[in-house]
Design a protein around this ligand. Structure first.
Ligand code: FAD
Length: 558
């Protein structure tokens, strides 16, 4: 882990670098030309320039040994600058992950030291034309080459699709099928038989190079098999999912905030109907405040998960999936609202929100699509529901009620209502065997993510209230504003869980009127409806904070 001071310095260097090398005009020009600025990406990973890659390399190999929390902070900052460039850097993070978790000590030392000292750019080559969400359908093969009965190398044959840095990387981590199962290999640039296509013409992240790769009997020595044992590939990928998904979650968060941080100042200057847009409630409460609440709920989940990963609680794949799902969806919605908030100007290239919106779109697709995240979340929490005989989310709710007793303003009581309602929806789904409908299984994933993020945000607000938030945590909002955001989001989550849960359960059919009436009561709908009271004034307060017009507490004179 790196210190708060070093992290702050790294973030500042990143901002200064962006200011001098990537002003808006330059970003727009590169976006229009659909060009990856390789010299800038290289400068970011150059040990004598920004050297951002040192952050995630362990100290023993010349890096800074940053943890998941540090990586989240840097990823958010990079995404605020440009998601395409952030993706180019992410590809090296991802490409080195199988090495980080699965390589033999000598392999780790060799590659990690080279990334630190030479700033090698990596690409992570998993996806194939026929194997996207379902990596099990992998067709690329790595055929052992034997000499005197010993495996001395492998010949890799197959195709990879949509590979970030595909056309510019110095080295590739490639997933291929061996006789022992899927395994990661490292292939260096220029290897005989390796070809990459022209960069894809993309909707967004046009500053990143994305290319298809073709491997035609590309020979690698046996020491390029990561970990030295065949068949470890999917495990090695799984182990880091929690962590890698947090990076993309941070991208969604950064992109969403980048759009809002353009819309907010714009709306203070844009006069319509005699006053600035920022003073119009119908504007702020639709286009700004709800997006802030969703982004901050996602941040709470990201920060909690990052802290737990850093504390050694394991890979936390499901929590990573929740963070990625919520932050990428929230980031997309916020970026879209950014265009609306600038009206016709927002729709043109010049005001940049249009580019941010196109860029943000990728975050719900790569590193696992939103639908795959829904499935991952739902399947995992379904097991918890069964194992605890339906008590898992009731138990979560009781913990939130305990927080409410100590911190009555953070929305934990309403987050608890969401959690109780979720437990009831899941139980009804169990009794009716409704997860046989894939749509219901995936919708449950969404409701679970909302309920859990409501809990995360209430807990974060409570910690802020106690002055116990992680010292590196984002402190844009003070304890009062965070509590308001906690209440706003908890209301949305509780209503969504109860009403949409009811909708899907009822939609599957098979319930009598009496069962339906009992189900409605068990969901706690009247309490959830009553909890909406105060929503408008909480939104007013958050808008005042965002526009720096919140009333400060009156100092009492002695
Ligand atoms: C710009 C860009 C950069 C990328 N960078 C990399 C990279 O560096 N390395 C890498 O390995 N890959 C990379 N990818 C690939 C990316 O991870 C995949 O595109 C993604 O995993 C989805 O796979 P797919 O495109 O084959 O879509 P598919 O898996 O075919 O999915 C299509 C749609 O169907 C849905 N779907 C899929 N399966 C199911 C199911 N079982 N049930 C319900 N719905 C389902 C999906 O959610 C999606 O909406 C990149 C992609 C892009 C566009």
């Amino acid at each position: 882990m790196i210190s708060k001071k070093i992290l702050k310095l790294s973030l500042k260097s990143l901002r200064d670098f962006a200011k001098s090398r990537l002003p808006d005009e330059k970003l727009l020009e590169l976006d229009a030309r659909d060009e990856c600025p390789l010299e800038i990406v290289r400068a970011m990973c150059n040990p004598d320039a920004l050297a951002i890659q040192l952050l995630f390399i362990p100290e023993e190999f010349g890096g800074m040994g940053g943890g998941a929390f540090d990586v989240y902070c840097v990823c958010e900052e990079m995404a605020r600058i440009d998601l395409g460039i952030a993706t180019a850097v992410l590809a090296t993070f991802l490409g080195s992950d199988p090495i980080h978790v699965g390589a033999l000590p000598a392999q780790k030392k060799y590659w990690m030291t080279r990334i630190a000292e030479e700033g090698l750019l990596f690409a992570y080559a998993a996806t194939e034309p026929e194997a996207g969400s379902d990596l099990g359908a992998l067709r690329t093969t790595a055929e052992p080459v034997r000499k005197d009965g010993r495996v001395v190398g492998y010949k890799i044959t197959g195709n990879k699709q949509w590979i970030s840095n595909g056309g510019v990387a110095d080295a590739y981590t490639v997933l291929a099928n061996t006789p022992g199962g899927p395994s990661w290999f490292i292939v260096e640039k220029g290897a005989k038989g390796l070809r990459y296509d022209e960069p894809e013409e993309k909707h967004g992240i046009r500053l990143s190079n994305t290319a298809a790769l073709a491997f035609d009997e590309v020979f690698v020595n046996a020491d390029r098999l990561i970990g030295g044992v065949e068949g470890q590939g999917l495990n090695q990928a799984q182990v880091v999912f929690g962590y890698t998904r947090l990076m993309v979650a941070a991208f969604g968060l950064g992109a969403g905030w980048a759009a809002l941080d353009r819309a907010i100042p714009y709306s203070t200057k844009r006069i319509q109907a005699g006053s600035p847009l920022s003073e119009k409630q119908g504007y702020t409460h639709k286009l700004i405040v709800p997006h802030v609440a969703r982004l901050e709920a996602s941040r709470a989940c990201i920060e909690e998960t990052a802290e737990r990963i850093d504390a050694g609680e394991g890979s936390l794949n499901t929590e990573g999936a929740i963070a990625k799902y919520m932050a990428s969806e929230a980031g997309n919605l916020a970026a879209d609202a950014g265009i609306q908030a600038l009206g016709g100007y927002g729709y043109t290239h010049e005001y940049v929100v249009e580019k941010i919106k196109r860029d943000a779109r990728i975050t719900t697709i790569y590193e696992g699509t939103s639908e795959i995240m829904e499935m991952t979340i739902s399947r995992d929490r379904w097991q918890l529901h069964l194992k605890t005989r339906g008590q898992h989310y009731h138990e979560q709710a009781r913990r939130l009620e305990a927080i409410h007793a100590l911190h009555p303003s953070v929305g934990a009581n309403v987050a608890a209502l969401a959690s109780h309602a979720l437990a009831e929806v899941m139980e009804k789904a169990r009794v009716g065997r409704l997860t046989r409908y894939q749509h219901i299984l995936l919708r449950l994933g969404e409701l679970i993510a909302y309920a859990e993020c409501a809990g995360s945000l209430s807990r974060r607000a409570a910690l802020m209230d106690e002055n116990k938030l992680n010292e590196k945590a984002n402190c844009r909002f003070d304890a009062t504003a965070l509590a308001e955001l906690g209440r706003i989001f908890a209301r949305e989550a509780a209503l969504k869980v109860a009403e949409e849960g009811l909708r899907w359960v009822a939609g599957a059919g098979g319930m009598s009127d009496a069962e339906m009436a009992a189900f409605e009561i068990s969901l706690g709908l009247p309490a959830i409806h009553r909890a909406q009271a105060g929503l408008i004034s909480d939104m007013d307060y958050v808008a005042d904070v965002l526009y720096d017009r919140a009333k400060k507490p009156v100092e009492l004179s002695a």
